[in-house]
Design a protein around this ligand. Structure first.
Ligand SMILES: Nc1ncnc2c1ncn2[C@@H]1O[C@H](COP(=O)(O)OP(=O)(O)OP(=O)(O)O)[C@@H](O)[C@H]1O
Ligand SMILES: [Mg+2]
Length: 315
């Protein structure tokens, strides 16, 4: 009898244990499944964020390229017209050289050749044409260099940063951003730049920093009205590279100041700003172990200060 009781109790306990184990297993499976679901959600959010950062860049690129097209069109226009003028002149000189060659081959005497030469020089205005060629050529080269620079700046803006950080020349990076926006700023703002000599390089991603600087200038440009001034300076400050963007624009209210770096915070009309510029910039500067500071006064202006650690210059 005793033995049976004992056996029953044993079986009951075994059954309970099995149930408990089953429950535990179910719970662990549930946990595992929700962990997997969370992981998937997280990675899809990261993908979304990447896409958003990319979209912001592409949206700015859309605005930029309209201006850039205009900027390229201008030198292309005068390069084209210079070439047409040169082609006309070339054809005059060609005729002259061909006529002279025929005369020489015909066995004409020296006096006739000399007279024909002088007459031809005057008739075809050769001296003027050659002088004109010289100025047209140098103007054309200048125009081509401008186009080359614009394309290079555009390329640096769209540069995909992948892999390791590089040694970045901050002055060059800021210069690219200033140039790429010059067709937007030139109408109502004066951009005054002061680059430090011998600025140490920073370790980082050229494209990302370029995007940050471009956004700073675009923001300043959108904040200033008629007599806008945007001062940009680079210098060393306590072992760090400081890049300062100061404008005499509308300023930022205390309430807005707290929201500046929040994604999608914008005071701009729909279609003009997505409100991602500063939040993306903040992320990029953090990635560089840097810092962004803002000082602003309503109606006076705003200064954004960016600090980046100077790299070990031996690298
Ligand atoms: N220099 C500045 N002067 C005045 N306000 C500024 C300045 N820079 C930023 N702001 C304010 O901060 C807001 C957020 O800036 P942010 O660059 O993040 O977005 P956005 O410029 O509105 O849009 P996006 O950069 O995505 O085109 C702006 O809408 C503006 O109100
Ligand atoms: Mg912006």
């Amino acid at each position: 009898m005793m033995a049976d009781d004992y056996k029953d109790a044993y079986l009951r306990e075994k059954e309970l244990r099995k149930l408990a184990e089953q429950k535990l297993e179910d719970k662990s499976r549930e946990l595992y499944e929700s962990f997997e679901a969370l992981k998937a959600a997280n990675s899809s959010m990261q993908e979304n964020q990447k896409a958003m950062v990319h979209n912001e860049k592409m949206a700015s690129l859309g605005v930029l390229s309209a201006g850039v097209a205009h900027e390229i069109n201008n030198p292309i226009g005068f390069i084209y017209s210079n070439f047409c003028t040169m082609a006309e002149g070339m054809s005059d000189i060609n005729t002259f050289v061909f006529t002279m060659d025929q005369l020489v081959n015909s066995g004409a005497d020296a006096e006739t050749i000399r007279n024909a030469w002088r007459e031809g020089l005057t008739r075809h205005d050769v001296e003027y044409l050659l002088m004109d060629f010289e100025s047209l050529t140098s103007e054309t080269i200048e125009g081509l260099e401008r186009v080359k620079q614009i394309v290079a700046d555009l390329k640096s803006f769209t540069r995909e940063d992948s892999g390791d950080m590089d040694m970045v020349d901050v002055n060059e990076c800021v210069r690219g951003a200033v140039n790429i926006l010059s067709n937007q700023t030139k109408y109502h703002a004066q951009v005054i730049v002061d680059y430090a000599d011998d600025l140490p390089k920073v370790r980082g991603y050229f494209g990302k920093l370029n995007q940050v600087f471009t956004n700073m200038i675009a923001n300043a440009n959108q904040a200033v009205s008629e007599n806008g001034e945007i001062h940009i300076t680079t210098r060393m400050k306590d072992e760090r590279v400081e890049i300062s963007f100061r404008d005499n624009g509308c300023g930022i209210s205390e309430t807005n100041m707290k929201l500046l770096f929040t994604p999608f915070f914008t005071t701009k009309p729909v279609g003009q700003g997505t409100g991602l510029g500063l939040s993306i910039s903040h992320g990029f500067i953090e990635e560089h172990n840097g810092e962004i500071r803002v000082e602003s006064e309503i109606g006076v202006g705003t200064t954004f200060l960016i600090y980046l650690p100077a790299a070990d210059q031996d690298q």
